[in-house]
Structures are given as C-alpha cells and as structure tokens.
Ligand binder design. Sequence first.
Ligand SMILES: Cc1cc2nc3c(=O)[nH]c(=O)nc-3n(C[C@H](O)[C@H](O)[C@H](O)COP(=O)(O)OP(=O)(O)OC[C@H]3O[C@@H](n4cnc5c(N)ncnc54)[C@H](O)[C@@H]3O)c2cc1C
Length: 404
Amino acid sequence: MSKVLIIGAGHAGGSAAALLRQYGFEGEIVLAGQERAPPYQRPPLSKAWLKGEAGLEDLLLRPESFYAEQNIALRIGVTATAIDAGGKTVTFADGTVEAYDTLILATGSTARKLTLPGADRPDLLELRTLEDAERLKAVLAPGKRLVVVGGGYVGLEAAASARALGAEAVVMERMDRVLARVASQPLSAFFTDLHKKHGVEILTGAEVAGFEDAGVRLADGELIAADAVLVGVGAFACEALARTAGLACDNGVVVDETARTRDPHIYAIGDVTRRPIPVHGGVMHRLESVPNALEQAKQAASAIVGRAAPAPEVPWFWSDQYDVKLQIAGVPFDADRQLVRGDPASGAFSVFHLAGERIVAVEAVNAPADFMGGRLLISKGAPVDDVLLADPAVSIKAVAKTQA
Ligand SMILES: Cc1cc2nc3c(=O)[nH]c(=O)nc-3n(C[C@H](O)[C@H](O)[C@H](O)COP(=O)(O)OP(=O)(O)OC[C@H]3O[C@@H](n4cnc5c(N)ncnc54)[C@H](O)[C@@H]3O)c2cc1C
C-alpha cells in the first residue's frame, strides 16, 4: 500500500488529505505542519474572526476529529527541513524522518519582512497565522491607533476590522494608490473613498524610513504616531524545502497543470507554487488564494489516485471590507483596455479587463452577477460587445456576440 506524505497542514495540504480519502485512496496519509493548529482558513483572520464575529471552531477546515476518523495521521508543530528525493524521505527539525512514496509540498507563503531600521522590533505585527491574528486582536480597542504599512488586501481588511472594533486606523502605502499591484485604478479609488468614509486615514506615496517606540518614521522626517504597527507588504513562497530536493523554483515551486514538479513523485500545491493557468494560455504565475489552493489540491489528489484531471478553473479571489464584497475573476495579463460597468458612486459596479474581443478579468464590487457571468465568459473565451458590456441594464448573459 502506498504512502502519501503532505508537508504543510494549511488550506491546500488539509484539503489534499481530505480529497485523497474522498477519491478512494486507501494507503497511508501523513499530514505534517509546523503550526500548532489543525488546518484552518486564513481569510477570516483579517475579517470576521478579527472583528469577533467568528470563533476558533469556525476557522477550522474540518473538525479536529475528522483526521483520526479518516485515518489521516496529523502531525502538528513539526517543521520539515530537508527532502532526500533519491531515498524518498523527509527529515524534520526534531530529528525524525518520514518516508514517502508520493510527497505533496503545501508549505504556502510567508509574510515579507522589511529591512529598515527598527524592522526587527518584536512589537511589530504581521498577519499570516492565527498567532499573528491573536496578537493583532489584542491591541485593537477604542482609543488605540493602528498604523498599517502596506495598502494591499490584508492591510485594508485589517484597517476595516480595526474600525469595527473602535480603534483608529492609518494605512500607509508607498505607491501612489492602494492596491496598486493587484487592482485597477477605479478599484483603488473606490476603496480609498470607502475607507476614508469609515474614518481611516490613507497616506499614499508614503516612504517608510524606520520604526520607533512612538510609531513609524517617514523618509521626509514625519512621525506617524501609533499604538501598534502592522506590516503587510506582501508574501513570498516558502520554497526553501523544495530547493533541498533540487526542484525547480522561480518565485514558487514550478509545477505542471497536474500540480506535479519535475520529480514524478513530488507534487506541490497552493501559495508555494508557480503554475500554468490554462484559461490564460498556460502562462506561468503564482497565485495566493483559497480557490487556487483547492484547485491544485484537486489536481494532485486526482493524479495520485488515477482519476480524470479536474476541469481547469478561472482563477478567482474575494475580499470583504465593511459592507462591500469584492470578487475578482481572471488575471489581466494581456488586457489592452478596461471598461467600467455601473457607477462606482452607487457602491455596486464592475471593472472589466479586455484583450481584443475577450474578457480576461473582472473586478466586481457588490455585483455578484457580473462576477459569475464574467467568470463564465472568461472560461469560454467568448467574444463580447463593449457597448452592451458597459450598459448595466443589459444582462451579462446577453453581452456575448452571437458567433456565426
Ligand atoms: C490574513 C489573510 C487573509 C486572506 N484572505 C483571503 C481571501 O479573502 N480570499 C482568498 O482567496 N485568499 C485569502 N488569503 C490567502 C489564502 O489564505 C492563501 O492563499 C491560502 O491559505 C493558501 O493555502 P496554502 O495551504 O497554500 O498555504 P498556507 O495556508 O499558508 O499553509 C501552509 C502551511 O505550511 C506550513 N509550513 C511551511 N513550511 C513548512 C515546513 N518546512 N514544515 C512544515 N510545515 C510547513 C505553514 O506553517 C502553514 O501552516 C488570505 C491570507 C491571509 C494571511
């Protein structure tokens, strides 16, 4: 009977273990991760859980009893340090060695650290794990002032949650707009307004020079006073373990469309991978999202049990801030223009990204029908009519051109 060893008990690793059993795998499964909690969901750490609207049990992917019931050996609090690909073993920091027939790497990503004076202060916060979130939650209260360095999704969500808890929030962004690396200009403008309306101070073009007892020092000498500072400046793939096996890494462990690395016995899934995206012509990209973790968990589990490969999915992502639900489908790699459907001032609109006649991405704000319809049109590669697409009175289903 063969043995699957999964390193990284996060969203991808936990899902792969469950799917292997669901698909009928009867061999041994060992799921090993360095955090001390069973696999849990990270999205609520900056949203519902941080605001106190969800408890610990709501975070868990599955109840803790699930793993024993499914005969999945869950080893938590253990760090894998090296892979011997020839001998098919993994060594852990505690000196133990685990053999495998098939290895799945699901080591995720880790918060990027700044290398500025004071960036190693123990009181600086980051938000990646449950432990990080517990530290952050402890400092959010009325009268406290949180300064968030980095205007990405996690930073903005944390600022919104801070406001919900009665704390003051300041978001500092080095670029000229928040979400600059990950969203269109209309979306950045909308979220800037939204946060300002909720009392968040947004500072763009803010270059941090260092961190001090009293707060964050800017390059122009100004001090931004803070009771707590959260650094949210992106994440990078935890690929060091994969490198010990000589696997190709290039801002992520390189895998194919079945999540397999160049070693036929080793798969990699989730945030740690750089993967082809079939709906975007197979372009290689690293995605950080729950849907991506689930899709690759399905790919690897299917390949391991010899089941037909799952249909390729359009990448997607969501973010919740205040009463706004943002849903994004596709990646605007080769987009040549943007088109706004609906009025941002109404609080519900979408930004479509097009390449030629095709939609390649949609950013939908409180517009679930645009998200669903846009995602379908991206997957079909259907040509669309710009005039119809820009008219919110026309159903999204009706914007595809009838093909001869
Ligand atoms: C605050 C926050 C909010 C988010 N919100 C959203 C959202 O709204 N929507 C969305 O789609 N995505 C969101 N994400 C991203 C999403 O959570 C990730 O894409 C997803 O968790 C990736 O799953 P993963 O299993 O690849 O990695 P992870 O969940 O990071 O799990 C990797 C695990 O591997 C462990 N590990 C690493 N190295 C080793 C080792 N050497 N040995 C043993 N274990 C190891 C890590 O400790 C970790 O537990 C959010 C992320 C964060 C942090």
